[in-house]
Design a protein around this ligand. Structure first.
Ligand SMILES: *[C@@H]1O[C@H](CO)[C@@H](O)[C@H](O)[C@H]1NC(C)=O
Length: 327
């Protein structure tokens, strides 16, 4: 073949493949990405709707991938995967779902999904397959000698209950890749500002030789209260059911009865108190009388003794004279 022909072929070749969406699509530099993670050896779930809407899902062999909407919020810097916060990490790991799509999903399909806001529910758009539950490992490590954080997210199993027989598939192909995200802290402009981050690198990388996972979420063993069967799950589900109880009508009824009892008690207390008051008043009146009468006697007996010379002086002559007169 002539060299110019090879040249043309080489320049056309990338065009033929250019339409297939890359592993990472940038939506917004530093904050928003779509990761397309090839799901090696995974059965592809699909629904043949040509013969009606309610046909069961089936699976076929077809190269496929999982989509993740990777986004970092401007405020508080939360890293979210398909709407679930994975960093800062919580003790209860979120359940993350992902759309399964054919591996050769095109760039324009991705933009369609993004524009219609159906990146996380692509089974409704027709381009994708099912919506799968993910079991994953994750770890977060500071990068040596820097303020950067390296986040690893590894999907090790997918689950779906869409087919007649629910599907669980382990991603145990050794070529299976995982997601690596590097966050870097932005310079702080003022003392009032909180530290905020930016995604500086995002890529799919091979598995580490000796993984050191910090957290593992098994889709079927976890629910919104954490891992089933653990004590923390018990505590959080108990407190949640108590909250639900507070929310429910049972609580309203309980409050109503409590209110009636409280009013009744207040009325009783008032009755008892006023009775005691009345008795008190009566007693006071009695002792008062006695005191008054004894006081009168004192005054009568020692009228002059209680007056100081100044007082007597202030009273004026007339009265002193008057007193003298009465004596
Ligand atoms: C991706 O996730 C973020 C955060 O949950 C959300 O605001 C955004 O709308 C999502 N993007 C798409 C295309 O679904």
């Amino acid at each position: 073949m002539k060299s110019w022909a090879i040249g043309i072929l080489l320049s056309i070749l990338p065009l033929a493949f250019a339409d297939v969406a890359p592993e990472i699509t940038t939506l917004e530099e530093g904050y928003g990405y779509v990761a397309k993670i090839p799901c090696l050896g995974c059965p592809f779930l699909y629904q043949d709707t040509s013969s009606g809407k309610d046909v069961p899902w089936s699976s076929r062999e077809d190269d496929n991938a999982l989509l993740l909407n990777v986004s970092l919020t401007y405020i508080n810097s939360n890293l979210q995967l398909n709407g679930q916060t994975v960093w800062p990490s919580a003790s209860i790991l979120p359940g993350i779902h992902s759309a399964q799509v054919v591996q050769d999903l095109s760039t324009s399909d991705i933009s369609k999904l993004v524009e219609s806001g159906q990146l996380e529910t692509s089974h409704e758009t027709g381009v994708g397959g099912a919506f799968l539950g993910l079991s994953y490992h994750s770890s977060i490590h500071p990068l040596k000698d820097s303020a950067a954080l390296v986040i690893h997210f590894d999907i090790f199993e997918i689950y779906s209950d869409l087919p007649m027989e629910s599907l669980t598939h382990a991603l145990d192909d050794e070529r299976q890749k995982m997601l690596e995200i590097v966050l870097i802290q932005k310079p702080i402009m003022s003392a009032l500002e909180d530290a905020s981050y930016e995604i500086t690198k995002i890529s799919l990388i091979p598995h580490p030789k000796s993984p050191s996972w910090q957290q593992t979420m098994r889709y079927l063993e976890w629910d919104k209260f954490g891992e089933r069967g653990t004590s923390s799950h018990f505590v959080s589900s108990l407190s949640a059911s108590f909250l639900m109880f507070l929310d429910s009508g049972v609580w309203a009824l309980f409050m109503f009865i409590l209110g009636v009892i409280a009013v009744f008690m207040v009325v009783c207390m008032l009755c008892i108190l006023s009775l005691e008051w009345w008795q008190d008043d009566y007693k006071k009146a009695q002792t008062g009388k006695r005191r008054k009468s004894s006081g009168k006697r004192d005054v009568e007996m020692g009228k002059l003794q209680f007056k100081s010379p100044e007082e007597l002086g202030l009273l004026g002559r007339g009265r002193v004279v008057g007193l003298g007169k009465s004596d």
